[in-house]
Design a protein around this ligand. Structure first.
Ligand SMILES: Cc1cc2nc3c(=O)[nH]c(=O)nc-3n(C[C@H](O)[C@H](O)[C@H](O)COP(=O)(O)OP(=O)(O)OC[C@H]3O[C@@H](n4cnc5c(N)ncnc54)[C@H](O)[C@@H]3O)c2cc1C
Length: 449
């Protein structure tokens, strides 16, 4: 009888956006679905919680206007993306070399004047010929992205920019932010394929472009509502459950195991981050040729520092890039995500591997020093801080790795993968995670029908 209670149609390991999306699709179709999440809050890399008295988040995030499936999944959970973000039409680049702030419009339709001002202005930072040097680079880049993706993934964006004559200032002010600022890797280590792949939808869906800053914690605004929708439709979401291994015998996965418990399911979806997925497969004794390239796909970390201040450090909340500094991207958040404190800065540090094993005091010291180079004086205003790290959550976006990303379907019966590292066109983003979850659900549904 007990065994009967524990038999699910599907068990999903991990309640990040990928796992939650997959589970929502399955419960909507009436299948008995269980989600197991190791942390005490849902959301994974899009989450927020209280850490020793301070409100923190997995790292400051921006919703890109060109996302389609992410808003669609939120809508299914009753959340209108336009109500939970503050849409920004500009971004700032602060450079220690230029000692000035360059502001660029990023919303051709929603903020055309700001866009034009950005292109035609900033001339003391980027000359007209600097800006022009980007044109052949982007044209050829998009061509190669569409026609020679494998070749493009063999080179870094640094090599590609040099080869196509991008001027040094354009490289420093624009390419550094769009690589290091987005994925914590300097241009020398950033795949040209990933670069153009992420820029491409900004061209095809240019009329949608702008970036959204959350108006509250991500768990509360986004992932908890999806988890609630799963439960309302009859699914179950359990937090604080770390799955140790899959039930794997005779080439078939029949569920999951943790502590003393075993849960049986017709289909199992591993929707964890890459590092955990590799560990779970290994601990389950799964050693299949068809998964060999995924097992070799390297991970990469992310490190953030989040600070509470006695006043806002910047007069407005806006996405900012510290070109050529360790503060690869950051934002003041006291008027958007964390309104309950007088000042708050959330910073993504790069290159992340440099900071991963550093003592918190040292990370803080470097942050303060680097911030000073771009005109920000943190020290007199600092009240509290936390370091939030993700040691092996990302798949490597360095050249030569994209081909190793696995599909959601696997050669193992009963096992499907989801997660931003699995193959879909949006790389390691919220949109990518959601699409991977939708694709995983489609595969599972074929077996459950
Ligand atoms: C600092 C930072 C900034 C980012 N900025 C942006 C941005 O601006 N825009 C954007 O689109 N994307 C951004 N991202 C990327 C985005 O957050 C991720 O691509 C997306 O959230 C990944 O979702 P996922 O479901 O694939 O993985 P995850 O969110 O990592 O979910 C995996 C889940 O599995 C759980 N888990 C692991 N092991 C086990 C186990 N054994 N048992 C049970 N559960 C387990 C984990 O706890 C986690 O909750 C950022 C990420 C970070 C870290």
């Amino acid at each position: 009888m007990e065994m009967e209670d524990k038999q699910f149609d599907a068990v999903v390991v991990g309640a990040g956006l990928a796992g939650l999306t997959c589970a929502l699709e399955l419960t909507e179709k009436g299948y008995k679905t269980l989600v197991l999440e190791a942390n005490h809050v849902v959301g994974g890399r899009t989450s927020s919680w209280v850490e020793n008295g301070m409100h923190v988040e997995s790292g400051f995030h921006r919703v890109i206007g060109y996302y389609k499936q992410y808003p669609a999944v939120l809508a299914k959970a009753g959340v209108d993306v336009n109500k939970i973000v503050n849409w920004e039409e500009r971004m700032d680049v602060r450079s220690p070399i230029k000692e000035r702030i360059a502001t660029f419009g990023i919303a051709p339709l929603h903020g055309p004047v700001k866009m034009l001002q950005g292109i035609l202005g900033n001339n003391d930072i980027l000359s007209f010929s600097d800006k022009l040097s980007l044109l052949p680079f982007f044209v050829k880049g998009f061509w190669d992205y569409l026609n020679h993706p494998e070749e493009l993934d063999k080179v870094s964006i640094h090599e590609y920019a040099k080869k196509h004559g991008v001027h040094d200032d354009a490289y420093h002010i624009l390419l550094f932010p769009l690589t290091a600022g987005l994925f914590f890797l300097p241009p020398e280590r950033y795949s040209a394929y990933v670069f153009f792949g992420l820029c491409f939808p900004a061209v095809t869906r240019f009329y949608k472009m702008r970036i959204g800053a959350y108006l509250g914690g991500m768990t509360e605004m986004t992932t908890k509502p999806i988890a609630d929708a799963i439960e309302t439709k009859g699914g179950t979401v359990r937090t604080g459950v770390k799955v140790d291994r899959l039930l794997y015998q005779d080439g078939i996965v029949t569920g999951v195991a943790f502590k003393q418990e075993e849960i049986k399911a017709k289909q199992t979806v591993v929707a964890t981050e890459l590092g955990a997925a590799k560990r779970i497969l290994k601990q389950s004794g799964i050693n299949h040729e068809g998964l060999a390239k995924m097992m070799k796909l390297p991970t990469m970390p992310a490190v953030t520092i989040q600070m509470e201040l006695d006043k806002p450090l910047i007069p407005y909340d806006r996405t900012t890039f510290g070109a050529g500094t360790a503060l690869v991207s950051f934002a003041e958040q006291s008027r958007t995500t964390f309104k309950h404190v007088p000042g708050r800065l959330s910073v993504i540090l790069g290159p992340s591997d440099r900071f991963l094993d550093m003592k918190p005091e040292q990370v803080l010291e470097i942050t303060i020093e680097e911030a000073r180079k771009i005109g920000l004086d943190i020290k007199p205003h600092l009240k509290d801080y936390r370091i939030v790290s993700h040691p092996e959550d990302f798949h490597s976006l360095e050249p030569g790795h994209d081909w190793m990303r696995p599909d959601q379907s696997t050669p193992i019966r009963g096992l499907t993968l989801a997660g931003d590292y699995t193959r879909q066109p949006y790389f390691a983003t919220m949109e990518g995670a959601v699409i991977s979850g939708q694709r995983a659900a489609q595969i599972v549904l074929q077996y459950l029908h």
